[in-house]
Design a protein around this ligand. Sequence first.
Ligand SMILES: NC(=O)c1ccc[n+]([C@@H]2O[C@H](COP(=O)([O-])OP(=O)(O)OC[C@H]3O[C@@H](n4cnc5c(N)ncnc54)[C@H](OP(=O)(O)O)[C@@H]3O)[C@@H](O)[C@H]2O)c1
Length: 343
Amino acid sequence: MNPGTEMDNFAFVIHPLNPKRDVARKYPLLAKVLPTSLIHFFSRFWPPLYLSHITGVRSQATGKEIEGWLVACPFAARQMLQMPPQTAYKKIVKTGRLAQRLGARMLGLGAFTSVVGDGGVTVAQRLGIPVTTGHSLTVAVVIEALEEAARSRGIQPESSSVAVVGATGSIGSACAELLAPVVAGLVLVGQRESHLAKTAAQVRGAGARRVRVSTHIEDIREAHLVLSVTNAARPVIQPEHLRRGAVVCDVAIPPDVSPRVTRERGDVLVIDGGMLDVPGEVDFGFDFGLPPGKAYACMVEPMVLALEGRYESYSLGKQIRVDQVRDIAQLARKHGFRLSASG
Ligand SMILES: NC(=O)c1ccc[n+]([C@@H]2O[C@H](COP(=O)([O-])OP(=O)(O)OC[C@H]3O[C@@H](n4cnc5c(N)ncnc54)[C@H](OP(=O)(O)O)[C@@H]3O)[C@@H](O)[C@H]2O)c1
């Protein structure tokens, strides 16, 4: 804790995905004695938590080092989906104020804190520091990861059918738009026909050759490549939904792909989308579930902005701009953030 720090910096909000497992990372005894239902109940009253001080992020281009803080909003993913957005905003803003007291000059929103409601707009209005969802960099990294995984399996995207699950969402529709001109066909899967029609028009405008829309997950069986990015709180992709030899990039947090897929489908490659190696000798000071030295793209976006000294609400709201996706990807590469091998 170091208010008034001279270094450029950022803070990042995370929250429990699996309440029992994640509460145990901070309070092992409490997680042991409390059942999940009680953890959910008490989390309404728990204040935001300071988790750790992040050190050692260093640009390969400029040698500049930044620092950061991990702070936690105590709601789980499913809770945030079910509660009125205003209740979630209140707790996220409180978490942001904790970050401000630590000296943070920018706040990154992790997982469902960036998905709930208007995607950070209200939170940014209520805080005195810029806020970013990190979604622009997430989109860039996810597409790069999918293309690289496809090539590793000898699949050429330009002659492949690609399914986007959650295609009507913020990240899903931007990914579909960027994939449109470079793949043979798109299968857009969502929950509502009217939203799917809008995304289909958007991807046709972006140059898609063949577009099919569906509200049935079974229809991803025709796809060689699958990008999954729903806000469902439970897995939506099961082993029987996938084509032989398919490559699946699971961007969703919590994951969309059932653990059964890796157990039962040795022919299918599942990768975590959106993971990067951080330049320097980063110490997050807290185990948030990734191997050392790696971070989600949404965490990296505020790091890149801090390395640039650009304190602005870069990705905010549900609409992602393709030019911003390209710009932030270029800056991340410049500072030495690299796509992380996964799967
Ligand atoms: N890996 C990373 O670095 C990273 C970074 C940021 C976010 N994320 C994750 O990305 C995911 C999406 O974020 P977002 O902001 O794009 O969310 P979003 O805008 O709320 O979009 C999610 C979409 O998923 C659709 N959906 C929900 N359940 C579905 C189902 N069973 N089948 C098909 N579609 C379904 C929703 O449709 P309806 O609206 O019709 O319900 C919605 O259009 C979240 O899991 C988030 O945690 C990952």
